[in-house]
Design a protein around this ligand. Structure first.
Ligand code: GLA
Length: 382
């Protein structure tokens, strides 16, 4: 893959640039908790966006996307967001870095990768992260990884229109081989938890239903959570996010909120606890208990938070019925994308066959099978 990107760079701009990579991510548990300042448990994966980049002339930024076979140019000081969605991720990163005082120059860049697009593996965070990491290194801007993650997140907020949390960018930048990241999204303190599931595999089944996070539902969930927080905060001092809210508080003030808002908040508060319980289980090496937390997470995402869809529910249910699958749930923003399954290696092929056949029968299309290994985060390759 990286060879291909280098060749494309040579074809488009002549010669060679530096080469960087930043991966997509999985999230084992802790969904829709990041923007509620709760806990998540993501890891970087062995699929990444690669970028070859070289300082260019003056303040002109020239970028070629291998996946879209399309080129875009903009000036460092341009105000107008590019028309192409993919270019906004890089444009936004450039703007957010400059806003924070970075002195950048123009550049030529080619990027592409093997993170499946639109499957909930955070290809967009991988692109933001590789762009931020590369520009930071190339122009010696001096940001640490945490600042780079925030730059990616703010790119989503201000240039893409999704008020996402920080999980995806954080995982892409901080990931490490054989470790998942227990991240506290309030303090941004994190702990690398060993994830060496000997005898198990992490399998993603992509429903092939394209989710559109930018579609308003994601932002609506965020607003509903804020509504719940506002109700509790009227009664309890020191409550600024759902992280500060307990199940007891929710039931005490239930009558002051709509039924929907209550359910959304109930999910988030419970999901935070599940992340902590799941981490305990991991630390004990108790993958069976860990898997149960994943199933419970799916039930909440589907029933309480209502971000699942029939295709995701179908695959999660297949997994629950299948001996050898320890845990499974929908992953990411929802409304499509993948389920994540932790499965005994020996059961992998049989489950893939069974799930694929029955899914094909029911929905007329086979799920895409994506095997992942937990791998390193953003880095320079050459
Ligand atoms: C998307 C967002 C993340 C997070 C997840 C849901 O991936 O980008 O910040 O909110 O959805 O957990």
């Amino acid at each position: 893959m990286n060879k291909q990107i280098e060749n494309l760079f040579d074809r488009h701009f002549g010669g060679f640039g530096r080469l960087y990579a930043s991966p997509g991510r999985v999230n084992l548990i802790g969904e829709h908790t990041d923007y509620n300042l709760g806990f998540v448990l993501p890891g970087a994966i062995d699929k990444a966006i690669y970028m070859a980049i070289r300082p260019g002339a003056g303040s002109l930024c020239r970028i070629y996307s291998a996946d879209y076979d399309e080129a875009v140019e903009f000036d460092l000081h341009a105000i107008q967001n590019p028309e192409q969605q993919w270019a906004r991720y890089i444009f936004g990163v450039v703007q957010e870095m400059q806003k924070r005082g970075a002195v950048l120059g123009g550049f030529d860049a080619v990027f592409g990768g093997d993170v499946p697009l639109g499957a909930g593996l955070s290809s967009s965070a991988a692109l933001e992260s590789v762009a931020a990491f590369a520009l930071n290194d190339l122009f010696e801007a001096g940001f640490d990884r945490r600042a780079l993650a925030e730059i990616g997140q703010m790119t989503e907020h201000h240039y893409v229109g999704v008020r996402c949390g920080i999980m995806d960018q954080f995982a892409s930048l901080f990931g490490e081989r054989e470790k998942v990241i227990q991240l506290d999204c309030r303090s941004l303190e994190y702990r690398l938890v060993p994830f060496r599931p000997v005898g198990y595999r992490v399998l993603l089944l992509d429903t092939q239903v394209k989710h559109s996070l930018a579609s308003s539902e994601y932002n609506v969930r965020r607003e509903q959570c804020e509504e719940g927080v506002a109700v509790v905060a009227r009664h309890e001092s020191g409550v600024v996010s759902l992280r500060d809210v307990t199940l007891e508080m929710l039931s005490a003030y239930k009558q002051d909120m709509s039924e929907v808002v209550y359910r959304r908040c109930h999910f988030v508060v419970s999901e935070n606890q599940r992340v902590l319980d799941a981490c305990d289980a991991l630390e004990r090496g108790d993958y069976a208990d860990f898997g149960q937390q994943m199933f419970a997470s799916h039930r909440g995402l589907s029933g309480e938070y209502e971000v699942s869809c029939p295709e995701l529910d179908f695959l999660a249910e297949k997994a629950r019925e299948f001996d050898g699958v320890l845990g499974a749930r929908m992953m990411g923003g929802g409304f499509g994308g993948c389920t994540i399954n932790v499965i005994e290696a020996s059961a992998h092929d049989a489950f893939v066959r069974e799930a694929s056949d029955s899914y094909q029968k029911r929905f007329g299309i086979a799920p895409r099978v994506i095997d992942v290994v937990i791998s390193d985060g953003a880095r320079r390759l050459k």
